[in-house]
Unconditional design. Structure first.
Length: 90
């Protein structure tokens, strides 16, 4: 009952009772492990940041900076965009 199971460090799908057990079953878990590890990397890579109360930049869709000096109002459309998009637009 007090056995601590070790998670697979790549995929978190499988748990092993020992290093020996992990080595013996590595080939059985390999395909699923690689697939799940890729899914976890993609999830982390493409995760959108939380939005701020100021909303998102209409161009890059990232949260607007809390510091008003880091955003600019576009004269053509009166939209507020982050300075990164404003700089890239020049």
């Amino acid at each position: 009952d007090d056995i601590k199971l070790k998670e697979c460090t790549n995929c978190d799908l499988v748990r092993y009772c020992s290093d020996e057990c992990q080595e013996n079953h590595a080939s059985q878990n390999e395909a699923a492990c690689k697939k799940r590890a890729a899914e976890l990397r993609d999830e982390l890579l493409f995760k959108q940041p939380d939005s701020s109360h100021l909303g998102d930049c209409p161009i890059c869709c990232l949260p607007m900076p809390l510091d008003a000096a880091k955003s600019t109002m576009q004269a053509c459309c009166s939209k507020i965009v982050c300075n990164g998009c404003s700089h890239a637009n020049k």
